[in-house]
Design a protein around this ligand. Structure first.
Ligand code: SF4
Ligand code: MSK
Length: 679
C-alpha cells in the first residue's frame, strides 16, 4: 500500500503535566512564582521534572557508554541482591568497574570546573602582578603575605645582615608565577597540601595520593576510565582521591585565596535574600554563575554615578543588583549584594518581569533561561568564552580583564536601556529575609576567639565543654527531583537544635538565608541551649556562611585551624565533625564530597548516590574508606535521619576524644534550666 493512502492516525497532543507549586518548593516566593509561570504559560524546571523521569539504571551508576559497543546497562537483579553478581558489559567490565569509572568521571568534571575557575583567577592575578590592568588591584596585601609562604615565596629578605620586608610587587609576581605553575608543573607535588594537619599530609603521602599538579590528575582520570584501562575499582578510587585533593587543596583553595587578595577577604556584613530583593522601580540586574572576576566590575559599574544617573534618566530610581548561585555568593560575601535565590530559582527571577538583564558566566546556568527570557524583555548576556548558548536571543559580550570596567559598563548600560522595554506585568514576590553573611577562616578566628585572643581556642573550649556538640559543613545545590530547599532547611535546623554549629557554602547558604537562619536572632529560636548560649554571647548566627562552591576550601582550613588550636585530636578525622550535601546535583558536589571524605570527614549526601547498582563498590565507599582516610561516604534521603547520622558520628568522635561526659553535663544544665523555667 502506498504511503500516502495509509490512514493517518492523529493523536491528540498529550497535556503537559505541570508541577504542584507547594509540592515543588517549601519557599513561598518560589511557590508564587511557579504558579505565575504556569499562568503565563512559561515552562520551568519544576514542570519538566514532572514530565521527564530519571533513568533507573543511571541512578544506580551502572550504565557504561565509554565505548561504541555499549551503552552496556547493568541493572540490579535479584541474584545480585542475594550475593551472586554475574553482570558484565560486552568487554567484561563488572558493575564495580562501571560504577567506579562513572564516579571518577564525575570527580574529574567537578574538579576541572573548580580548578579551571581557579586558573582564570590566577591568570587575572598575574595581569595584576604584571600591572597589565588598571581595573583590578591588590585589595588585601595582608592575605597576600599570609599565603606567600605556602607557595614558597619569601616575604622578607636579608639586607646587610638585617631582615627586612620584601617589596610587595615582587611578592605578588612570584606568588602569581608559583600559583599558575600548580596547574601544570612537571614534577613535585601541590604546595598547598602542606597546609593540612601533618598526620593527614603524611597519610596521603604513605598512600601515594599526593596530587602532582592540578591538571594531570584530571587527565589521568579520563585516561584510566577510557575503555580497557583501569579495571580495579579500588585503584580508580585512589586516582579520584588525587584528583579531588587537587581540587579542594589546589584549584579551589587557590581560587579562594587569590580572589581574597584581589577583591578583599570577606568579613561579616548584613544583607537580604530571596526574590523579594528585586525592586519594581529599579533597574534589576541578576548576576549568575560562579566567577567573581566580572561581577566585581559590575558591582563597581552599577554603583558609579554615571550609571546611577543614567538609570534615573530612564525613569528608574536606581540599580538593584541581585545574585543567583555562587557568583551571587561571591558578591554577597564581599559587597553585601543580596542573592535573589538559589539554583532552582534562576528562571523565576526572569518571570518576575522586572529583570532587565541576567548576566551569566560559568556553571549551573540553565539553557532554558534563553527560552524564558524570550517571553519577557530580559537581556540574557553570556560573558565567558567557554560558555555560550545557541539560542538567537542571547547576547554574548566577551569579558576580558584587560578592559574589565569598559565591559562591565557596557553590560550595565544595556540593562538600564532595557528598563523601558518591560512587557509583562511586573510581579515580584514580597518574601525576603535578613541575613548576616561574609564569614571566613579569619573572621571565625576573630569572632569566636575574641578581640585579644583571636584564635580558635574559644571554639575548641566550647566544643570540649559540650556547649557546642560538633561542627557540620552543610553545602551544595538544589535538585528538582526533591522539594526545593526542604532537605537543606530540615537538616540544618535539626543540627543546630542539637547544638551542632553549621558552616555553609553554595546554594545551602542561600537557602538558609532565605529561611532566616543566617541571623543571630535565630539562635534563641532554633538552637539547643549550648549553641544558643555561645551564639548569643558572641553575637553570631548558628549557621555561618563561608561563601561559594570554591570556598569549601575555607571549611578545610577552618577544620585545620580547629585541629591546630588543640584539645580535639591531631587530625581532621579526630574532630567531632561531619559534612553534608542534602540536595546535591552537580559533578562538583561529587568532587567536593570526595575531598571532604579523603581529608577525614564523614560526608552524607541526600537523594541517592550513583553507586547503589554496584554493592561491593558502594560498601567500599561507605565503609572501607574510613579505615584508609578516616572519612567515608554515606547517603540518606530522609533529612531527619540524615542529620542524626551526622550527629551519631559527631558523638562517636566525642567519645573517642573522651569529651562525651562534658556533653552529658550540659544536658544536665539544660534539664536544670527547663526545671527553672517550669517553676
Ligand atoms: Fe560496554 Fe565495556 Fe564499552 Fe563500557 S567499555 S560500553 S562496558 S563494552
Ligand atoms: S551554585 S554547584 S547549584 S551549590 Fe555553586 Fe549551587 Fe550547586 Fe551550583
Amino acid at each position: 500500500m502506498a504511503e500516502e493512502t495509509k490512514e493517518k492516525v492523529v493523536k491528540a497532543p498529550k497535556e503537559k503535566k505541570l508541577a504542584d507549586p507547594v509540592a515543588a518548593s517549601m519557599d513561598l516566593a518560589t511557590q508564587i512564582m511557579i504558579k505565575r509561570a504556569q499562568e503565563l504559560g512559561v515552562e520551568t524546571v519544576f514542570d519538566r521534572a514532572e514530565s521527564m523521569k530519571p533513568c533507573n539504571i543511571g541512578i544506580q551508576g551502572t550504565c557504561c557508554k565509554n565505548c561504541a559497543m555499549g551503552p552496556c546497562r547493568l541493572p540490579l537483579t535479584k541474584s545480585v541482591e542475594e550475593g551472586s553478581d554475574e553482570r558484565k558489559g560486552l568487554c567484561g567490565a563488572t558493575a564495580n568497574t562501571i560504577a567506579a569509572r562513572n564516579f571518577a568521571r564525575m570527580v574529574a568534571a567537578g574538579a576541572s570546573a573548580h580548578s579551571d575557575h581557579g586558573r582564570g583567577v590566577a591568570e587575572v592575578f598575574m595581569s595584576v602582578a604584571k600591572k597589565e590592568t588598571n581595573d583590578y588591584k591588590i585589595k588585601d596585601p595582608q592575605k597576600l603575605i599570609a599565603i606567600a609562604p605556602y607557595l614558597d615565596v619569601a616575604t622578607t629578605v636579608e639586607v646587610d645582615g638585617k631582615t627586612v620586608d620584601r617589596n610587595l610587587d615582587e611578592i605578588a609576581l612570584e606568588v602569581a608565577e608559583n600559583a599558575l605553575n600548580e596547574w601544570g608543573k612537571p614534577s613535585g607535588e601541590l604546595r598547598y597540601l602542606r597546609r593540612a594537619p601533618q598526620p593527614l599530609y603524611e597519610r596521603w603521602k604513605k598512600l601515594g595520593v599526593l596530587p602532582r599538579n592540578i591538571d594531570r590528575e584530571t587527565v589521568e582520570i579520563m585516561h584510566r576510565t577510557h575503555m580497557g584501562v583501569d579495571q580495579d575499582y579500588k585503584n580508580l578510587v585512589k586516582q579520584c582521591t588525587r584528583c579531588a585533593l587537587g581540587d579542594g587543596w589546589g584549584g579551589s583553595m587557590l581560587a579562594t585565596d587569590l580572589q581574597d587578595v584581589m577583591f578583599g577577604t570577606p568579613y561579616p556584613l548584613q544583607s537580604e535574600a530571596n526574590l523579594g530583593i528585586m525592586k519594581q522601580d529599579h533597574v534589576n540586574i541578576i548576576i549568575h554563575g560562579h566567577e567573581p572576576i566580572l561581577s566585581e566590575m559590575i558591582v563597581a559599574a552599577a554603583q558609579s554615578k554615571e550609571m546611577i544617573d543614567h538609570a534615573k534618566s530612564v525613569g528608574a530610581k536606581g540599580i538593584q543588583l541581585g545574585g543567583i548561585c555562587c557568583t551571587g555568593n561571591e558578591m554577597l560575601q564581599r559587597h553585601g549584594v543580596p542573592p535573589a535565590g538559589t539554583f532552582l530559582q534562576q528562571e523565576l527571577a526572569i518571570i518576575t518581569g522586572a529583570c532587565e538583564a541576567m548576566v551569566v558566566d560559568v556553571q549551573c546556568i540553565f539553557q532554558n533561561l534563553a527560552n524564558v527570557a524570550k517571553c519577557f524583555h530580559t537581556k540574557l548576556i553570556t560573558t565567558h568564552p567557554i560558555a555560550k548558548m545557541e539560542q538567537d536571543n542571547v547576547v554574548h559580550i566577551e569579558f576580558d580583564e584587560h578592559h574589565a570596567m569598559e565591559d562591565a559598563k557596557r553590560i550595565v548600560k544595556m540593562a538600564v536601556d532595557n528598563f523601558k522595554n518591560r512587557r509583562a506585568e511586573v510581579m515580584i514576590p514580597r518574601q525576603k529575609a535578613t541575613q548576616i553573611a561574609g564569614f571566613g577562616v579569619e573572621s571565625i578566628k576573630y569572632h569566636l576567639g575574641g578581640t585579644f585572643r583571636g584564635d580558635y581556642y574559644t571554639l575548641n573550649d566550647n566544643i570540649i565543654n559540650g556547649r557546642i556538640r560538633g561542627i557540620a559543613g552543610v553545602v551544595g545545590c538544589n535538585n528538582a527531583r526533591t522539594r526545593h530547599n526542604e532537605a537543606h532547611i530540615t537538616i540544618v535546623k535539626e543540627l543546630i537544635k542539637n547544638d551542632v554549629i553549621v558552616l555553609t557554602t553554595g546554594c545551602n547558604g542561600i537557602a538558609c538565608a532565605m529561611e532566616g537562619l543566617l541571623s543571630p536572632e535565630t539562635a534563641a529560636v532554633f538552637c539547643g541551649p549550648g549553641l544558643a548560649e555561645v551564639c548569643e554571647t558572641v553575637g553570631i548566627p548558628p549557621v555561618l556562611h563561608l561563601g561559594s562552591c570554591v570556598d569549601n576550601s575555607r571549611i578545610l582550613l577552618a577544620a585545620t585551624e580547629v585541629v591546630k588550636a588543640g584539645g580535639l585530636g591531631k587530625d581532621i578525622c579526630d574532630l567531632p565533625a561531619a559534612g553534608s550535601a542534602p540536595e546535591w546535583m552537580s559533578e562538583k558536589a561529587i568532587s567536593i564530597g570526595h575531598y571532604f571524605v579523603t581529608s577525614g570527614v564523614y560526608t552524607v549526601f541526600g537523594l541517592h548516590l550513583p553507586m547503589s547498582g554496584a554493592p561491593v563498590f558502594q560498601d567500599y565507599m561507605y565503609n572501607e574508606l574510613e579505615k584508609i582516610y578516616g572519612g567515608m561516604w554515606d547517603c540518606e534521603a530522609d533529612p531527619i535521619k540524615h542529620a542524626h547520622k551526622m550527629i551519631a558520628h559527631i558523638d562517636k568522635k566525642r567519645k573517642a576524644l573522651g569529651i562525651d561526659k562534658a556533653r552529658d553535663r550540659v544536658l544536665m544544665d539544660m534539664a536544670d534550666r527547663q526545671k527553672l523555667e517550669a517553676m
